[in-house]
Design a protein around this ligand. Structure first.
Ligand code: FES
Length: 208
C-alpha cells in the first residue's frame, strides 16, 4: 500500500497553516484611480454582488472569477476584486486562503483533486493518488491535490478534474485519465458523474 504523504502540521493538505506577514502595513481599500480592473472581471464581480443583500457574500464567486481570469488568486487579482467590492485585499485574502480550491500561489493550468477521505480511501484512493502523483510529478501544467470528502462518495474512489467529477476510477485507468488531461480531452467520459443517468434501467423479470 502506498505511503500517505503528510505535511509538517500533520495534514495531507498543504498550506492552511501559512501565517500572515506581520511586518507589512495593512493594505487599505484599493483606490479605483490607480487600480485598473479588466472590464470583463469587473462586470462579473458586480453581477455577483448584485445577487446578495450583503455584497460581501459575493466574496467566493468574486474570488472564483479572479482565479478564472488570472489562473490563480494572484495579489494583483485580489486587489482588483477588492477595488470593485470596496473591501481590503486582506479581507479577500483571508477568504481565499481558507478554501483549498483557491490558489494563492501560481499553479498548473489543470487542477486534479483526488479525494482521500474515508469512503474513497477504503476503495483505494491512496494508491490512486500516489499513481497520479507519480505520473504528473514533472508536469508543471497539472496541479494534484489530496482532498477531504468532495461529496461524491457514491462514486468512490473519485477525482475532480477541473471541476468534472470522475469515478469510480480504477488504478489501470489512471494513465488514460492523465493522458486526457494533458491533451485537453474530456476526462474518462464513461466515468463522469454528470453524464450518468439519474437511475439505472434494470431489465424487468417475468411476473414483475
Ligand atoms: S469520501 Fe471521497 S467523495 Fe466522499
Amino acid at each position: 500500500m502506498a505511503e500517505v504523504r503528510r505535511f509538517e502540521h500533520g495534514s495531507r493538505v498543504p498550506g492552511w497553516d501559512a501565517s500572515v506577514d506581520l511586518r507589512k502595513d495593512p493594505a487599505g481599500v484599493p483606490d479605483p484611480a490607480t487600480t485598473p480592473v479588466p472590464a470583463e472581471l469587473r462586470a462579473e464581480i458586480e453581477a455577483q454582488m448584485a445577487k446578495y443583500p450583503d455584497f460581501r457574500s459575493a466574496a467566493l464567486p468574486a474570488l472564483a472569477a479572479v482565479q478564472r481570469h488570472h489562473g490563480w488568486c494572484s495579489p494583483e487579482g485580489i486587489e482588483q476584486a477588492a477595488c470593485v467590492m470596496r473591501l481590503t485585499p486582506g479581507y479577500l485574502t483571508a477568504v481565499a486562503t481558507f478554501y483549498d480550491m483557491f490558489d494563492t500561489v501560481p499553479t498548473g493550468r489543470n487542477r486534479v483533486y483526488v479525494c482521500t477521505n474515508i469512503s474513497c480511501s477504503l476503495r483505494g484512493a491512496d494508491e490512486l493518488c500516489h499513481r497520479i502523483e507519480q505520473l504528473t510529478a514533472d508536469d508543471a501544467d497539472i496541479q494534484v491535490k489530496h482532498f477531504e470528502c468532495l461529496g461524491a462518495c457514491d462514486i468512490a474512489p473519485m477525482v475532480s478534474v477541473n471541476g468534472i467529477y470522475v469515478g469510480p476510477v480504477e488504478l489501470d485507468e489512471v494513465d488514460e485519465l492523465i493522458d486526457d488531461v494533458r491533451n485537453d480531452r474530456d476526462p474518462l467520459p464513461r466515468k463522469q458523474l454528470r453524464l450518468r443517468p439519474s437511475a439505472d434501467t434494470l431489465p424487468m423479470g417475468d411476473g414483475q
